[in-house]
Structure formats: structure tokens, C-alpha cells
Design a protein around this ligand. Structure first.
Ligand SMILES: [Zn+2]
Length: 74
């Protein structure tokens, strides 16, 4: 992937890739944030999981999402 097309700052990024979760909707949403904004990413991913996948908005959901995030270096 040529990330320069996205104009992203170099450094560590955290990625939530919904396509890695089996779902009936075949959702392929990807959300990214700089590593220092990990909390914002968990928040956005939780919002998506609740709105689109019917999860309950609980601390448990956020904990699971936190474990699911991948860290990449660009
Ligand atoms: Zn999704």
C-alpha cells in the first residue's frame, strides 16, 4: 500500500479493521488513528460496532476492541 496517497504523517498508527471480524454484513470498514490517539480510535470503533453491528456499548466491548487493534509503522 502506498500510504503517501493518503497524506498521513509518518510514525506509528493504530488500525481497526472490521474486515477481520466475521460478520453477516461483510463489513470492510477500516479506521486509523495516530498511536497517541488510540483512545479516540477505540471510541470510534465502539460507536461503529454499536451502530452497525448491534453490539452493546459496554466497557467489555471497548476492552475487546482495544485488543483487536493492530499497530503499523508508516
Ligand atoms: Zn463493521
Amino acid at each position: 500500500m502506498d500510504t503517501t496517497q493518503l497524506g498521513l504523517a509518518k510514525g506509528k498508527w493504530v488500525v481497526a479493521n472490521c474486515g477481520r471480524f466475521p460478520s453477516e454484513k461483510n463489513c470492510r470498514l477500516v479506521i486509523m488513528a495516530p498511536a497517541e490517539q488510540r483512545a479516540d480510535l477505540v471510541e470510534a470503533a465502539a460507536t461503529h460496532a454499536v451502530a452497525s453491528h448491534g453490539h452493546e456499548n459496554t466497557p467489555e466491548l471497548r476492552r475487546e476492541l482495544g485488543e483487536f487493534l493492530e499497530t503499523i509503522e508508516i
